[in-house]
Design a protein around this ligand. Sequence first.
Ligand code: ZN
Length: 133
Amino acid sequence: MPKILRFHHNFVESIPHAIDDGILYVSVRFATAIHKCACGCGEEVVTPFTPTDWKLIFDGENITLNPSIGNWSFKCRSHYWIKNGKVIWAESWSDNMINSNRAYDHKVKNSHYKNDDKGIWGKVQEFIRSKLG
Ligand SMILES: [Zn+2]
């Protein structure tokens, strides 16, 4: 399969079972996107949108995903950006780089969700306390 040079977006209600090459399916409802790996290997890449995962930028014509997409768990290990619908290839990472990035990602996620949880539960506890007087 040839490399994919650009992605067209398709806003969908739910993620379709069969997906086409070169289409980035975006479900706002499920806050996620799915596409076939840009290297042409046929693997499906899921990019959830959360404060610590991917962000979607839609300028009315094209889509940008941030950060880059690193398919380390696939055989192809492709690494690329989708910027304004175009695929921009990035360097393939070594195992060391992948592992240190995973550790960093884990740290960021932990601290984000810990703070978030504390925020929500802190508020709930405050509310309960205020009701109890
Ligand atoms: Zn691939």
